[in-house]
Design a protein around this ligand. Structure first.
Ligand code: AHM
Ligand code: MG
Length: 339
């Protein structure tokens, strides 16, 4: 009998219940943030379904248009964008949305007190080849009065102002990982029950590790300081792991330790990744899990955005590893200052 009982392990807390239980962490909470997180989880389930059957229903492949940043859109990019925006509009807690796939702010016309920045489907190059991809989101409290039109100031807030952030990883299992500033928790999707269940409570990123993630195809385009760091990684026989989906690379490093680097290159002098849609959310999660995120000069969360689609270099992961890269880059900054 005991053996049978061991087979029937209890399932974890359902996301919905977890969110409700933790509402009390917020003084004067009205339940709107909780509902907003539920809306995102629901849209995530729908997108998960679309991704899983993409090859069968003809939604794999390019859409035939470019997004605002001149990048080829995939059909699933467009579908995910529609799904999340619809869920956020219908929810009513959000007055404004900015999306990597949209040129301008979307004013939802709602009296909601939150704004959301979202990359609906990150990892475009992996969408069609059955490799992990993800959704990344940041939630901010609006600054303008409730009831008025959403403003640029509402959406262009620095990352330290996030009230919640998270990602959904569509991988070998689908997971939702988020923080509201009280640690990081991960929920695994149980598709037969249609629910996310708590699977990784209060996650902590290892302080150091021996794994690095970077697109080394750009090696000759990197600065001498980054090349020096990469050579050091090789001398130390560190393991190279690069999926090319930020969410998946970050998630691995969150669990096992490691560093993800996307530096400036000759062709992308301000880096490739987007501050508002990718870097801020992951930086918030990294810090909440004891990790670190910088653009080489500043803490990511302290960068004051000036543009919706602003890009920045990103060095994120285990705290000791990020500090070491910062040390390498400081030499460059010092030399530039002296010259
Ligand atoms: P995307 O938003 O167009 O998908 O670009 C972001 C992605 C990240 O997920 C990934 O880490 C990076 O771009 C990969 O870039 P590269 O192909 O230059 O290595
Ligand atoms: Mg992206």
């Amino acid at each position: 009998m005991k053996q049978v009982e061991e087979l029937v392990l209890p399932v974890g807390t359902a996301l919905d219940r977890f969110i409700s239980r933790h509402e009390e962490q917020f003084p004067f909470a009205t339940g709107e943030l909780s509902q907003l997180l539920r809306d995102i989880a629901l849209a995530g389930k729908i997108v998960n379904r679309e991704i899983n059957r993409a090859g069968l229903i003809g939604v794999a492949g390019a859409y035939g248009q470019q997004n605002v940043q001149g990048e080829e859109q995939q059909k699933l990019d467009v579908i995910a964008n529609i799904r999340f925006i619809r869920a956020l509009r219908n929810g009513g807690e959000v007055c404004g949305i900015i999306s990597e796939e949209e040129e301008d702010i979307i004013d939802t016309g709602s009296r909601g007190k939150y704004v959301v920045a979202i990359d609906p489907l990150d990892g475009s190059s992996n969408i069609d080849v059955n490799v992990s991809i993800g959704t990344v989101f940041s939630i901010y409290r609006r600054l303008s009065p409730v009831g008025s039109a959403v403003t640029m100031e509402d959406v262009l807030q620095p990352g330290y102002k996030q009230v919640a952030a998270g990602y959904i990883l569509y991988g070998s299992s689908t997971m939702l990982v988020y923080t509201t500033g009280y640690g990081v928790n991960a929920f695994t999707y149980e598709s037969s029950l249609g629910e996310f269940f708590l699977s990784h409570a209060d996650m902590q990123m290892p302080k150091s590790a021996q794994s690095y993630s970077i697109n080394e195809g750009n090696y000759r385009d990197f600065s001498p300081e980054i090349i020096e760091y990469l050579d050091y990684c090789k001398d130390q026989k560190y393991t190279a792991r690069y999926i090319g989906s930020l969410v998946a690379d970050f998630h691995r490093n969150l669990l096992k330790g490691g560093i993800y680097l996307y530096p400036e290159t000759k062709s992308s002098p301000t880096g490739k990744l987007r501050l508002m849609y990718e870097c801020n959310a992951l930086a918030f999660i990294a810090e909440q899990a004891g990790g670190k995120a910088t653009d080489g000069k500043r803490r990511i969360l302290d960068i004051m955005p000036t543009k919706l689609h602003q890009r920045c270099p990103l060095y994120i992961g285990s705290v000791d590893m990020v500090k070491q890269v910062e040390g390498c880059l400081a030499k460059k900054n010092e030399m530039a200052w002296q010259s």
